[in-house]
Design a binder for this molecule. Structure first.
Ligand SMILES: *Cc1c(COP(=O)(O)O)cnc(C)c1O
Length: 219
């Protein structure tokens, strides 16, 4: 059993309440830790945009699912190691977690080599948490400038994961402000517990896992 339909309806309602067209917000169904037997019913219900946070896990699951279901769009929402860039560029359509020069350079090189354009978002550590990935807010302008001007790497937007113990709305509003200042259109923010808040504050990608698939079992 999955709750895709319920989540889609909640997204539509949140869009309506925010005065935004329903197609402003794209649902990324986060299938990490779930096996194909759980993912297939969601594909059969018509969902085509999925998120995974590990390159290896995605490589194990998605090539065969893609053979069965056409038009899958795969999003990397977890940290990217530079030794996985080649596989990531070949497998993913969108990468939400660009957060340092080394990765930006490696992505640029791989995209050229493979002749493949992957949509890129910069992850921002809005809560400035030491253990969390993402570029520090103070370094964001320079980093996006580096990607754009030095690497000629197109950045479509920003992504954040708010600290668990803080009001997410503050972080969503901050991310929106940064994106506006940088002229970036895409905002990847909002998960199962807060995607409606994120939509009210301008999210264009919401990353929803457990509200669709149920609780994750990390074994
Ligand atoms: C797991 C994950 C999600 C989905 O979380 P849920 O609370 O299950 O919706 C969203 N974004 C990122 C980066 C994740 O790792």
């Amino acid at each position: 059993m999955h709750n895709l339909q319920t989540v889609k309806e909640k997204i539509e309602t949140a869009c309506r309440e925010a005065g935004r067209p329903a197609d402003d917000v794209a649902l990324v169904a986060v299938s990490k830790t779930f096996e194909p037997e759980s993912i297939i019913p969601v594909l059969e219900a018509g969902q085509r945009r999925f998120g995974e946070n590990r390159v290896q896990e995605a490589l194990r699951k998605w090539p065969s699912l893609r053979e069965q279901f056409k038009g899958v769009e795969l999003h990397l929402i977890g940290p990217l190691q530079s030794n996985k860039t080649k596989e990531a560029v070949a497998l993913f359509d969108v990468i939400h977690t660009v957060d340092r020069e080394k990765i930006a350079r490696a992505l640029k090189k791989e995209m050229e080599k493979q002749g493949r354009a992957v949509e890129l978002l910069v992850q921002v550590n809005t809560g400035e948490e030491p253990q969390k990935a993402g570029i520090a807010p103070l370094e964001l302008v320079d980093f996006v400038g580096f990607c754009r001007d030095e690497l000629k790497l197109s950045i479509s937007g920003l992504m954040c994961i708010p600290p668990v113990d803080e009001e997410p709305a503050l972080h969503f509003a901050l991310l929106k402000k940064y994106a506006d200042e940088l002229g970036l259109a895409k905002l990847s923010m909002g998960m199962s517990g807060d995607f409606e808040t994120a939509i009210a504050l301008g999210a264009t990608y919401v990353r929803v896992g457990s509200a669709i698939f149920g609780a994750r079992d990390y074994g």
